[in-house]
Write a protein that binds this ligand. Structure first.
Ligand SMILES: Nc1ncnc2c1ncn2[C@@H]1O[C@H](COP(=O)(O)OP(=O)(O)O)[C@@H](O)[C@H]1O
Ligand SMILES: [Mg+2]
Length: 248
């Protein structure tokens, strides 16, 4: 059974003059898949970075699997909560793809054979078999993005936070990632501006705007509420117009 997330009255600012997260309370049940949308600069990435304690020092409480995320619990928390950064270059630092993907499992003490198995399995799932000895510097952004995903999947964390996982992926890979996410036995928080892939993965969607949760509910209700989306800077009507114009 995967672990859940409990966030209570979380407030955070990078600089004293500008609050970025304002009194956020949100719970994610074990195994639940929560999608978060919201305009750029809303605080989505900032919120995700609190889940495994990369950011802290604000007010309020963050718990993962019942464990308070704080300095002394970080080793335990980081094993439980995997975070896939929006920018793969924040995730990849080893000379080869294989070493990047093996890094987490090795660090968490898996046997050599188990590490090898995990590396092969996750690379295969990300369409990266044969990339083992390449340097991620030489890969395209979409390929680096897939390596970054693989480094986290290889640890099989109970909780995974994805920051814009669908950006820079081609349509076939988006489809594959949706399938993979839907088959993950983990608690997920996925931040994405790609609303359609998000809705295909997450039965629950929250809207974050200006550091506040403005809506939180079933995805199929949120997506139909044009007024709610519009007032929160997420107008999607042009997608519908394009769809009507070219597909109907
Ligand atoms: N390291 C930082 N130092 C100062 N301000 C930051 C930093 N990172 C993000 N911000 C600011 O915090 C706000 C929220 O940013 P972010 O969480 O990245 O939003 P989102 O992911 O929703 O686009 C933005 O106004 C951004 O400029
Ligand atoms: Mg962001």
């Amino acid at each position: 059974m995967p672990a859940g997330i409990h966030i209570k009255n979380l407030s955070f600012s990078y600089t004293s003059d500008k609050p970025v997260l304002k009194n956020i309370s949100i719970d994610v049940a074990p195994g639940e898949k929560l999608g978060i949308i919201g305009p750029s600069g809303s605080g989505k990435s900032t919120l995700l970075l609190h889940l495994n304690g990369i950011l802290s020092g604000g007010e309020g409480l963050v718990e993962a699997g019942g464990i308070k995320v704080e300095k002394k619990s970080l080793p335990e928390v980081r094993k439980m909560v995997g975070l896939v950064f929006q920018n793969p270059d924040d995730q990849l630092f080893n000379p080869t793809v294989e070493e990047d993907v093996a890094f987490g499992p090795l660090n968490f003490g898996f046997s050599r054979e188990e590490v090898g198995r995990r590396v092969q399995e996750t690379l295969k799932a990300m369409n990266l078999s044969g990339f083992e000895q390449l340097s991620s510097h030489h890969l395209s952004l979409g390929e680096r993005k897939r390596v970054a995903l693989a480094t986290v999947l290889a640890i099989s964390p109970q909780i995974i936070a994805f920051d814009e996982p669908f950006s820079s992926l081609d349509p076939e890979m988006v489809m594959q990632l949706i399938n993979l996410i839907n088959n993950l036995d983990a608690t997920l928080v996925i931040v994405s501006q790609s609303f359609l892939p998000l809705i295909a993965c997450c039965s629950r969607i929250a809207i974050l705007r200006d550091g506040e949760i403005r809506a939180d509910g079933p995805g199929n209700e949120i997506i139909k509420d044009g007024e709610l989306l519009r007032t929160n800077g997420m107008d999607m009507s042009f997608y519908q117009n394009i769809y009507r114009k070219y597909f109907m």
